[in-house]
Design a binder for this molecule. Structure first.
Ligand SMILES: *[C@@H]1O[C@H](CO)[C@@H](O)[C@H](O)[C@H]1NC(C)=O
Ligand SMILES: *[C@@H]1O[C@H](CO)[C@@H](O)[C@H](O)[C@H]1NC(C)=O
Ligand SMILES: *[C@@H]1O[C@H](CO)[C@@H](O)[C@H](O)[C@H]1NC(C)=O
Ligand SMILES: *[C@@H]1O[C@H](CO)[C@@H](O)[C@H](O)[C@H]1NC(C)=O
Ligand SMILES: *[C@@H]1O[C@H](CO)[C@@H](O)[C@H](O)[C@H]1NC(C)=O
Ligand SMILES: *[C@@H]1O[C@H](CO)[C@@H](O)[C@H](O)[C@H]1NC(C)=O
Ligand SMILES: *[C@@H]1O[C@H](CO)[C@@H](O)[C@H](O)[C@H]1NC(C)=O
Ligand SMILES: *[C@@H]1O[C@H](CO)[C@@H](O)[C@H](O)[C@H]1NC(C)=O
Ligand SMILES: *[C@@H]1O[C@H](CO)[C@@H](O)[C@H](O)[C@H]1NC(C)=O
Ligand SMILES: *[C@@H]1O[C@H](CO)[C@@H](O)[C@H](O)[C@H]1NC(C)=O
Ligand SMILES: *[C@@H]1O[C@H](CO)[C@@H](O)[C@H](O)[C@H]1NC(C)=O
Ligand SMILES: *[C@@H]1O[C@H](CO)[C@@H](O)[C@H](O)[C@H]1NC(C)=O
Length: 726
């Protein structure tokens, strides 16, 4: 018998050994989220919400043939139009509402497993199966896989597993959810039956298939002698993005808080020839999982699959993501140990009429031949796939982004309206205008991203532009033919405005230094986006420059002077109707929501150690000064070799001076230090380890507390120190 390395153990190590455990692995974006399950509930709304990956047209009545008609799949291998689904994870807040937990889709593995792996056969057309049991709420150690004296069996419950991912502290996998405090995600995993009876494409009790004796290895039972590739799914849930401070709990869509009811479904949609070739050439060879090393699979690999085949419009007419008052369907939240049958609703929502994109394919245009007709009646000719410039834009005139509506006619009309004759689309959703293009041409296959607004057209790629030339203007009434405006677009005329802000005018920048100090850039920049950035950072001033740069600060440099409004005439990257500054010119606003932060001089705390008969005794900590961080340890810490307690903690969202002082007080400490907006230190010795008053004074302690925009909590390597008043 060959050594059996646990699949999941190997995965959590992130490495694979030897050809004996060969496989391929593909990432599959989200195709649909909803109560859809064409295996268990064909032609009706399913009992609970699923995360579905694979063919773009997955719906309640999907079959092998209907999947094959899909325009695309969210999986990288386009010749695999299969459907893969699992229940969606939610978070139930303490107030009883639910919110879905972010994930990016499913990772699907095809593994060469089992003693008989040399004889793996492809899944036949029409084949489907379910692994796992949605009703389970506890670990069942009595239902075993097939086994005999040579090949031991294993509880089938081991088919589901979870890994609480923490890159700094590897944790073992568990069959149920045991820990959701996972800084790098909670990985839900399901293994499938690899053994088939050779007759039935499906039986509702799943008896057409059986698990390998060790689930991820071993032998098939004599009743199920045919071996398939070993299917395995992973879904990474970003549990760390959920604020769990309210003491809520994670729950799968069927009401399962334990994870023992996690399950997975597979509806085969493969091009059988490609699957057969993949199995023959790659499932037993060590390709380290890479599709590009497996020729039959590489041939239809689309590295842009998740953009080119985006999540589809909702089929079932109900809200299933965002904040919900209950789990969709009729699912009580339960934690076992008893099984919980699927809740049934008296009435169910109807189905939406979703656009049919079946059979749509992207047409590759021919350089110098293919044309499109613009709304103006003008005609544009295809110039080719071009490389984006490195330090500027290859087409540096006007531009805009539309993540749902980009197409050659949309971009062409925009650039024509701005007086340009050449336009290019990039990264499926960006449009750039100019009058000539001088960068190198790229291979046509580099322009492989489908336009966000027209599935039949290509819109460039990563750093690649699909370039068109307007050769006949039609009836376009361009007053500035050739785009003569030096700022690259006609100036929008609306007066700048944003919620919670007052427009100050167009101000000069970079006159001997920056007018404002900190900066973010975005291709989606608008007045509102910059205002929100300034408000979340509690900055007094903000301004937008050069179409896409949002600058913020609490003081405006005295060298910055007001300019003519016409100097700020660049269209915002995110909204061509708004002006976003110019070259060294800021469209400047004052944030009216700004709160001037201060260093609190005295902090009141509740003295929990005071005698219970006099709980009103006032305990206060007074500000001592802004200290440097220690050179041989923390300033408010324990010196090396000294046996005296100290304490520290970080709160990246809620730190305030009050929270820090209260925590130190409760733990009986007399000295308190706040640092870096989010850190708290306590000791009984005051400043140690070389920490001393900072030469910059209180000005050095000017980082706004993460939990209170009105307060400062130290600085970078600067500690705001407080001492208990007696
Ligand atoms: C499901 O998708 C197939 C293929 O696109 C389509 O023919 C069928 O009408 C759809 N059914 C439903 C219920 O939407
Ligand atoms: C199954 O679990 C129960 C409860 O933990 C235990 O008493 C029993 O011995 C276990 N049975 C096997 C076969 O491991
Ligand atoms: C165990 O099962 C395998 C697969 O069915 C079979 O080949 C083998 O002969 C069996 N061994 C024993 C000892 O029954
Ligand atoms: C995979 O396909 C790409 C694109 O067709 C090609 O450039 C690459 O050479 C292929 N890789 C292998 C290993 O054949
Ligand atoms: C421009 O031409 C288009 C199509 O040729 C036509 O629909 C449109 O009405 C014309 N617009 C003007 C302003 O002439
Ligand atoms: C994107 O394009 C679509 C289709 O033309 C349009 O309805 C939508 O308003 C556009 N979105 C933005 C943000 O401009
Ligand atoms: C999509 O693009 C194709 C090719 O340019 C064009 O024929 C078709 O009319 C466009 N579809 C829409 C809805 O604009
Ligand atoms: C666009 O077409 C014109 C002729 O109509 C030609 O003179 C010009 O060079 C072309 N521009 C590009 C960028 O190919
Ligand atoms: C702290 O307590 C004193 C005395 O009761 C009171 O005057 C003061 O307003 C309190 N400070 C804060 C910030 O609550
Ligand atoms: C709490 O109050 C007691 C008196 O009841 C006092 O001795 C002690 O120093 C106080 N502790 C703190 C941390 O304020
Ligand atoms: C409670 O504490 C206050 C302030 O220290 C003190 O004046 C008062 O006498 C105390 N009351 C009792 C009942 O100990
Ligand atoms: C951070 O502080 C906030 C506000 O006090 C609190 O609600 C939250 O639970 C804290 N978070 C952590 C991780 O301690």
């Amino acid at each position: 018998m060959k050594a059996s390395i646990s699949l999941s153990a190997a995965l959590s190590l992130g490495s694979w050994v030897g050809g004996a455990h060969a496989y391929w692995r593909m990432t599959c974006g989200i195709a649909q989220i909803g109560r859809i399950d064409p295996i268990i509930n064909p032609d009706e709304v399913s009992g609970h919400v699923h995360l579905l990956s694979g063919a773009s047209n997955i719906n309640t009545s999907s079959t092998y043939d209907s999947l094959n008609a899909a325009a695309c799949t969210t999986c990288t291998i386009q010749k695999d139009k299969s459907a893969y689904w699992t229940p969606l994870l939610y978070y139930e807040r303490a107030d009883g509402t639910f919110v879905d937990v972010h994930n990016d889709g499913t990772v699907v593995y095809y593994l060469g497993r089992g003693e008989d792996s040399a004889n793996i056969i492809p899944f036949p057309p029409g084949f489907r199966m379910l692994s796992g049991n949605p009703s389970k709420r506890s670990y069942d150690n009595t239902t075993m896989t097939y086994g005999n004296d040579t090949y031991p069996s294993r509880p089938v419950a081991d088919r589901t597993s979870f890994v609480c991912v923490n890159y700094n502290n590897e944790t073992p996998e568990t069959p149920g959810i045991e820990n959701t405090d996972c800084p790098d995600g909670l990985r839900a995993q399901i293994q499938f039956q690899s053994c088939w009876d050779g007759v039935n494409l499906y039986l509702p009790d799943q008896s057409h298939v059986a698990y390998l004796s060790q689930i991820d290895n071993g032998v098939c039972p004599p009743t199920h002698p045919y071996l398939f590739p070993h299917l395995f799914y992973e879904v990474y849930y970003s549990v760390a993005t959920i604020d769990t401070s309210d003491g809520g709990r994670f729950v799968f869509s069927q009401g399962d808080t334990t994870g023992y009811g996690f399950h997975g479904d597979f509806l085969n949609g493969w091009d059988i020839d490609v699957l057969t070739a993949g199995i023959e050439q790659c499932v037993n060879d060590d390709t380290t999982g890479q599709i590009s090393l497996c020729p039959p699979l590489n041939d239809s690999q689309d590295n842009y699959a998740s953009t080119n085949c985006p999540q589809q419009p909702t089929l079932v007419d109900e809200q299933v993501t965002g904040v919900l008052s209950k789990l969709p369907g009729c699912n009580e939240v339960t934690s076992g140990p008893a099984d919980e049958p699927q809740g049934i609703c008296a009435t169910e929502p109807g189905l939406n009429d979703v656009p049919d994109t079946d059979g749509e394919t992207t047409v590759t245009p021919i350089v110098g031949e293919s044309t499109v007709t613009l709304a103006s009646g003008g005609v544009a000719e295809y110039e080719g796939c071009y490389v984006e410039a490195t330090n500027a834009r290859a087409l540096s005139g006007a531009s805009y982004t539309n993540s749902t509506g980009m197409s050659s006619t949309a971009c062409g009309a925009f650039c024509q309206s701005k007086g340009f004759t050449v336009f290019g689309m990039e990264y499926s959703q960006e449009c750039y205008c100019g009058n000539a293009i001088t960068t190198a041409t790229a291979s046509q296959s580099d322009c492989a991203m489908v336009c966000s607004g027209n599935r039949t057209e290509w819109c460039g790629g990563s750093d690649r532009l699909s370039v068109w030339n307007i050769t006949s203007p039609g009836n376009a009434t361009s007053t500035t033919p050739g785009g003569s405006s030096s700022t690259g677009s006609t100036a929008p005329t609306a007066t700048p405005s944003a919620a919670g802000a007052t427009y100050m005018g167009c101000y000069s920048d970079n006159v001997g230094g920056r007018a404002l100090t900190s900066y973010i850039g975005s291709d989606g920049m608008t007045w509102e986006m910059c205002a929100q950035n300034a408000q979340s950072l509690n900055r007094k001033y903000f301004g937008i420059e050069y179409a896409q740069e949002c600058w913020t600060g609490n003081t405006l440099a005295s060298s910055s002077a007001i300019l003519a409004d016409s100097t700020c005439s660049m269209a915002c990257k995110g909204d061509a109707t708004e002006m976003c500054g110019g070259n060294n010119a800021l469209t400047l606003f004052q944030n009216t929501q700004f709160v001037q932060p201060t260093i609190p001089a005295l902090v009141n705390v509740t003295n929990t150690t005071a005698t219970s008969t006099n709980t009103t005794q006032l305990t206060q900590y007074a500000y001592v000064g802004c200290y440097t961080e220690g050179s041989s340890g923390r300033t408010i810490g324990t010196p090396v070799g000294v046996n005296t307690p100290s304490y520290s903690f970080t709160n990246t969202t809620g730190m305030t001076v009050e929270l820090c002082a209260q925590t130190c007080s409760t733990k009986g400490f007399a000295w308190v230090g706040v640092e870096y907006a989010q850190e708290c230190y306590c000791n009984n010795l005051g400043a140690v380890n070389g920490g001393a008053l900072a030469s910059g004074g209180d000005g050095d302690c000017s980082m706004v507390c993460k939990g209170n925009i009105g307060e400062y909590c130290g600085g970078s390597s600067r500690v705001g120190v407080y001492h208990l008043q007696t």
